[in-house]
Design a binder for this molecule. Structure first.
Ligand SMILES: Cc1cc2nc3c(=O)[nH]c(=O)nc-3n(C[C@H](O)[C@H](O)[C@H](O)COP(=O)(O)OP(=O)(O)OC[C@H]3O[C@@H](n4cnc5c(N)ncnc54)[C@H](O)[C@@H]3O)c2cc1C
Length: 413
């Protein structure tokens, strides 16, 4: 694939200008990397805070400038070349070249693939109608914001974090919201039942028409624009627009085509190395071979893996073992999560959900795996130690809110 004239050569090429890609560049410089660095990103914008899209940015309470991950001059002073608005479509690991859609060829010494994911699209009939929106990029969100003034009835498909956060924003600005979820509870893949039921109650109390166990059969439209969402049960829900939040497909096509091992994302070892020499993969599109068996989609995971990869490139091999954390803002509720609850076999509810301040603690074989803390920042901070220690604690003591979590004795697993 090597052309006669390479467009440019870089010691390190980072593909993807999101959370992981931008942190990789910063961490490389912090770790003393003195070679040339290119950050190639498909989006035209400076790296920005993606979670704000379904929160303050959609609500109109945060400007895009306040979402920049680094100030504009950061990139120049760190000598990181930003090659934005360029989509990498092929990788040649033998020639050590990436090719962009625009026909540019960049050679690399080391490469970090941090391309995140594309929103999973609806596939039912009518899914190509106008008026259907996804929220993954600033461009997606801007397109949605443009039509909001003329949309009264919004149907959201998907009861994950993105769908629920969008529902909260839409209710705050007075829209009629119906949320359709295929499973029997919202957030079913990520939280335990007490948290799901709590959020369902909150959304219903604020006027969201929540439909669980509801599969979408088709979308119907008038003059090419969506007007109804038809459920498999037969009901048709009127919609001025439809917002879809049903997960992502990891953006790894060129890397898999280049021979990297993986299926749902690219498989990486504890240093975020792929099976292809000198190519790392991090963030939403990476799956740790010896991890929980899934890709983790969070800012924490992307930024911490970026640091792991950058250090390895600089010769410091420190296995990735960060404690996962996550947050979600809906209405006046701030949820903070620490740890991963996969495989939990029991839960303890600490505090009364009716008070709108409580935590759910997940255990496996009696050891603490993770906490979901609603408006309870102290539990979140103190719970981290329990997660890191895989603490074994009497469940009754965990549930006892008269004692703080850091006052309870525990045995380390
Ligand atoms: C609406 C929304 C809300 C979220 N809320 C939260 C939250 O509250 N808390 C939390 O922890 N996480 C949240 N997340 C998840 C979090 O944003 C992601 O986990 C994080 O952005 C992953 O970082 P990344 O670098 O792996 O991917 P991304 O940030 O997605 O960056 C990938 C970049 O690569 C670019 N790209 C893709 N393919 C190519 C290519 N072939 N060539 C060049 N560039 C390419 C993409 O355009 C994108 O700019 C949210 C995500 C969304 C969409």
């Amino acid at each position: 694939m090597r052309p006669d004239n390479l467009t440019r050569s870089f010691d390190c090429v980072i593909v993807g200008g999101g959370h992981g890609g931008s942190q990789t560049a910063a961490a490389l410089r912090q770790s003393g990397f003195s070679g040339s660095i290119a950050l190639i990103g498909a989006e035209p914008d400076l790296p920005y805070d993606r979670p704000s899209l379904s929160k303050d940015y959609l609500a109109g309470t945060k400007t895009f400038e306040r979402m920049h991950l680094r100030p504009q001059d950061f990139w120049g002073t760190r000598e990181v070349e930003l090659l934005l608005g360029r989509h990498v479509s092929a990788v040649d690991p033998t020639a050590r070249i990436v090719v962009t859609d625009g026909g540019e060829y960049f050679s690399y010494g080391q490469m970090v693939w941090a391309a995140g994911g594309d929103p999973r699209k609806l596939s039912c009939s009518g899914s190509d109608l106008a008026g259907i929106f996804y929220i993954r990029s600033k461009a997606d969100c801007d397109a949605l914001i443009d039509v909001l003034p003329n949309a009264r009835r919004i149907v959201i498909i998907g009861g994950g974090y993105v769908g629920l956060e969008a529902a909260a924003v839409f209710r705050k600005i007075g829209k009629e919201v119906t949320l359709v979820e295929a499973l029997d509870r919202v957030l079913a893949r990520v939280v335990g039942e007490p948290i799901s039921r709590f959020y369902e109650n909150e959304h219903r109390a604020r006027g969201v028409d929540l439909r669980l166990n509801s599969n979408v059969a088709s979308l119907e439209g008038v003059n090419g624009r969506v007007s109804r969402v038809v459920l498999e049960a037969g009901e048709a829900i009127a919609a001025d627009i439809v917002v879809v939040g049903i997960g992502i497909i990891p953006s790894v096509g060129p890397l898999i085509a280049a021979g990297a091992k993986g299926a749902n994302g690219v498989d990486v070892d504890e240093f975020c190395r792929t099976s292809v020499p000198d190519i790392y993969c991090i963030g939403d599109c990476a799956r740790l071979e010896n991890g929980p068996g899934i890709r983790i989609e969070s800012v924490q995971n992307a930024t911490d893996q970026a640091t792991t990869a950058a250090k390895a490139i600089c010769g410091e091999f420190k296995a990735y073992d960060a404690t996962p954390w996550f947050w979600s803002n809906q209405y006046d509720l701030k949820m903070q999560t620490v740890g991963l609850n996969y495989g939990f076999d029991s839960v303890v509810t600490r505090g009364d959900p009716a008070s709108r301040r409580f935590s759910v603690i997940y255990l496996k074989n009696g050891a603490v795996l993770a906490l979901d803390c609603i408006n309870s920042p102290r539990d979140y901070v103190q719970g981290r130690k329990l997660v890191d220690s895989a603490a074994r604690i009497d469940p009754a003591a965990l549930a006892d809110t008269s004692r703080q979590l850091n006052e309870i004795d525990f045995v380390t697993s």
